[in-house]
Design a protein around this ligand. Structure first.
Ligand code: PLP
Length: 365
């Protein structure tokens, strides 16, 4: 019998169609994508200049060690460059962590509404995905710890989480780290940290010190505005960094992406501006949304999770989704999280948020 090369190994099949969702878009309408939590505020001019310059040299391979970029990150965040590993987006790093530390029979633990990529990482590794309940749509350290078994190899914590946007305070992240057996890798995914402006929040970087089992994941995709370049980074002990380096492609961060990220770090005021403007837009958007009788999950990232009435005919989240798409606005449905009544909407500029409000006005009235 010939091998079925159109069929993956059984555990990969479990991923199903959840990796990329397809949306049927209307023709002849400008499309506003508020489904992927990109920044609507673009990248700084320094980035655009750097990638234009780099565009003259497509015949050169990128630095396989992302040396300049790791040193620039180290300098900006006051970290050791040899404890930093750069990735083709943070998704490459999350995936690699799964492949390095988990095997079939092992468990990968995360909270119920952590981030869709966590179960996908588990599927790809052939490991079992374990979801810890999240009462109040927020990660819960107690339920996470209760779900640790001798098979647990990795615990992923997104802080803030996606799609809820909620986060747990620094004291709770520390409690999680301190109560987790040190044989388990704790991954703190802080890709939305730039948006959180609370003294009781941590991006997790200081939790790495003295711990050979903690990895913090950061990205240039969100507030830095480089989603299309694909640059993420991991911070961990030097010995773990050496291991992470074994799983990534040699030229995983392309030359334009390295140049763009280095330039981004030369202009951190851009991120401050993005944070301020996102915050302003969020406040107005939430106030405007409330007049439709929907409820908002109090999140801190650059998106808002909105609950639509579950019972009203033709006013459910899926109806709102179809209506918005028919007007060229793409937002995200959340049935894959079991949150069928919710839409996740990226906070764009005030004008973009107003466009959503105008469209919902037509939907509700
Ligand atoms: C929680 C979380 N982690 C990681 C990522 C991956 O980001 P990137 O691969 O662009 O760095 C995302 C993207 O939306 C995310 O929401």
């Amino acid at each position: 019998m010939s091998a079925r090369l159109d069929r993956p190994v059984a555990y990969i099949e479990g991923i199903g169609q959840s990796v990329v969702k397809k949306v049927d878009l209307p023709k002849d309408v400008d499309i506003l994508n508020l489904a992927t939590n990109e920044s609507s505020f673009g990248a700084s001019k320094a980035v655009l200049d750097a990638i234009r310059e780099q565009a003259e040299k497509p015949h050169r391979y990128p630095d396989p060690l992302s040396t300049e970029l790791r040193h620039a990150i180290g300098q900006h965040f006051d970290l050791e460059a040899d404890q930093i590993v750069c990735g083709n987006g943070s998704e490459e790093l999350l995936d690699g962590i799964g492949r390095i530390y988990a095997r079939p029979g092992d468990e990968i633990l995360f909270s119920e509404y952590g981030f869709l990529q966590f179960p996908i990482v588990a599927y790809r590794a052939g490991a079992t995905a374990i979801k810890a309940p999240s009462p109040n749509l927020t990660a819960n350290v107690d339920t996470l710890l209760e779900n640790v078994t001798e098979r647990t190899k990795i615990l992923f914590l997104a802080n803030p989480e996606n799609p809820t946007g909620t986060y747990i305070p620094a004291s709770e992240v520390r409690r999680l780290r301190d109560n987790l057996p040190r044989r388990i890798v704790l991954v703190v995914d802080s890709v939305y940290c730039e948006y959180v402006d609370d003294p009781d929040f941590t991006d997790g970087l200081e939790l790495v010190e003295g711990h050979n089992n903690v990895i913090v994941i950061r990205t240039f995709s969100k507030a830095w505005g480089l989603a299309g370049l694909r640059v993420g980074w991991a911070y961990c002990s030097a010995s773990m960094a050496a291991v992470l380096n074994t799983m990534r492609g040699i030229g995983n961060v392309n030359a334009m992406a390295q140049a763009g990220a280095v330039a981004a770090l030369s202009d951190p005021s851009h991120v401050d501006k993005v944070r301020r403007e996102t915050d302003q837009a969020r406040k107005k958007f939430i106030k405007d949304l409330s007049r439709f009788g929907v409820t908002m999950v109090p999140g801190a990232a650059n998106f808002v999770l909105v609950k639509f009435p579950a019972t009203q005919t033709n006013r459910k989240a899926v109806d709102a989704f179809r209506h918005l798409v028919s007007e060229g606005i793409i937002v995200r449905t959340n049935e894959d999280y079991g949150l069928d009544d919710y839409l996740r909407i990226t906070i764009g500029t005030i004008e973009e948020c107003d466009q959503v409000i105008d469209s919902l006005d037509r939907f509700f009235n």
